[in-house]
Design a protein around this ligand. Structure first.
Ligand SMILES: [Zn+2]
Ligand SMILES: [Zn+2]
Length: 477
């Protein structure tokens, strides 16, 4: 359909075939009085007050001001020295080891295995089992995951899960201990280097404080962590193939650097990189790269939407080894009750986002004028106008009067046919009497609306005038 002529193309506006409405009074009910706006303002003030009163986050942020900001003058007092020393020293020690220790293939393989095992202690243990209870695990598995998790030196499962539950409940607010809104550095490692500016938001951890395994790990965390992070890998490599040094530097320290930053990426990268297929109101995002460096925790948008689901990735091609490990635990009868969010609810998330995207696309399109912005004229007035004004070629189709002056020469069916219907009701002809027009024709026609014909069309108008159509008597007169 060639309807943009060279003449139209060269004009200022890209839709110059759209005519201006007829210069007639418009009936509109779209008015807002001063009283109405005052009422709205008062309502807004009340709503804000009620919101603070009834909203835990707003109330807490207002009533519990945070500690003074960290500056160049006070930073050394605000550093969390034990954590900062560990996190800053470990990459240096690992680098020293890399340049001064010879590689043994057995140590390299064990380092990779130990990286995955201690990493799984966090992803399958601390995260999906203890923080989110996304499956149930038998006692031996619980201890196994707690011991491995300690080897990744990220605090006890109770401490970790307490912070993580706050992260989910207060995502992107100041009650989220590693809020992505405070910047990628802060959410990655900054929150660990400095003392927190305020307590994380309230969460329920009664299940953790009543859990014997968790409490055992919590009490013995320091010795467990030290043993599993450094002593155990050193002993395995030393007693196994006489590589104590490699065991310590590679499977111990270097592996720890990778495990740390892998987990940290879930808090930083997974809140910045990728897309939001389930909900975009908050920062969590899905991305393959993040999944790759976090043992499958990178489908974080899905995870934040459906946190009790044992899976982070749904599709077969998405990388989520933690999910497969949990399925393996189920296979060997160490895990059961693997929770899955209902498919229908997951689809709703996808649908909402697709709908939002479509709406955004729709906003880039110029739609026909609202009916309220068009004057209403009778069929006779329409005929009069066509006779009076030769410059405006008006045509009535489906109750709307259209100005086709700029379009007539581009009409694929030719100029003559349109011309013959000027000043007449062309509804039947347009809807199949002569040609059953396609959707694009309907769309472009709607853009040329300049007025509404009273009672819809010629026949309806004549019937009404002759008294053939009775206005129905209202039930409540
Ligand atoms: Zn998150
Ligand atoms: Zn989580």
């Amino acid at each position: 359909m060639v309807y943009i002529s060279d003449k139209i193309k060269s004009s200022d506006t890209s839709i110059s075939y759209v005519p201006t409405p007829l210069d007639l009074p418009i009936s509109s009910t779209n008015t807002t009085s001063e009283n109405q706006s005052n009422i709205i303002n008062n309502q807004e003030e009340d709503e804000e007050e009620n919101f603070i009163k009834n909203n835990y986050i707003a109330r807490t942020l207002l009533n519990e001001p945070e500690l003074p900001p960290i500056t160049w003058l006070n930073w050394y007092k605000e550093v969390n020295w034990p954590q900062a020393t560990l996190l800053c020293l470990e990459p240096l020690v690992a680098l020293y080891g890399l340049f001064t220790t010879s590689f043994m293939w057995q140590t390299i393989i064990f380092t990779i295995i130990w990286y995955f095992l201690t990493g799984f202690g966090i992803t399958a243990g601390y995260h999906r089992l203890f923080s989110h209870r996304s499956y149930e695990a038998k006692l031996p598995l619980r201890y196994f995951l707690l011991i491995l998790g300690a080897g990744s030196v990220q605090g006890s499962a109770q401490w970790w899960s307490r912070g993580h539950r706050a992260h989910h409940r207060y995502t992107d607010t100041d009650l989220d201990p590693y809020s992505a809104h405070k910047g990628i550095f802060y959410s990655h490692i900054g929150w660990l280097l400095f003392k927190p500016r305020r307590k994380p938001g309230l969460v329920d951890i009664s299940d953790l404080t009543n859990d014997k395994c968790i409490q055992w790990q919590h009490r013995n965390y320091i010795s467990l962590a030290f043993f599993m992070a450094f002593v155990f890998p050193t002993l395995v490599c030393g007693l196994g193939w006489n590589d104590y040094r490699g065991g310590y530097f590679f499977a111990g320290v270097l592996r720890l650097v990778f495990v740390h930053h892998s987990t940290f990426c879930v808090n930083s990268l997974a809140h910045y990189l990728g897309d939001a297929p389930y909900d975009d109101r908050r920062t969590p995002r899905d991305h393959f790269f993040t999944a790759l460096v976090t043992l499958g925790e990178g489908y974080h948008n899905f995870h934040h939407e459906f946190p009790s689901d044992y899976r982070n990735a749904l599709k077969w091609f998405q990388y989520d080894p933690t999910k497969y490990l949990i399925e393996f635990f189920k296979l060997i009868k160490l895990a059961n009750n693997l929770k899955e969010f209902p498919k229908n609810e997951i689809r709703k998330g996808r649908y909402t986002m697709a709908h939002k995207e479509l709406n955004r696309f729709g906003q880039t399109i110029i739609w026909p004028k609202d009916n309220l912005n068009l004057p209403i004229i009778t069929f006779e007035e329409y005929q009069e106008l066509t006779k009076k004004n030769d410059n405006r070629l008006l045509i009535l189709i489906a109750g709307f009067i259209h100005d086709v002056s700029h379009f007539i020469d581009s009409h694929p069916g030719g100029r003559t046919i349109i011309k013959s219907y000027i000043g007449k009701d062309a509804t039947v002809a347009f809807y199949g009497g002569i040609h059953d027009h396609n959707t694009a024709a309907h769309n472009i026609l709607a853009m040329m609306r300049v007025a509404i014909c009273k009672y819809g069309g010629e026949v309806e108008y004549i019937k009404k005038r002759l008294g053939h159509i009775q206005t129905p008597t209202p039930i409540f007169a």
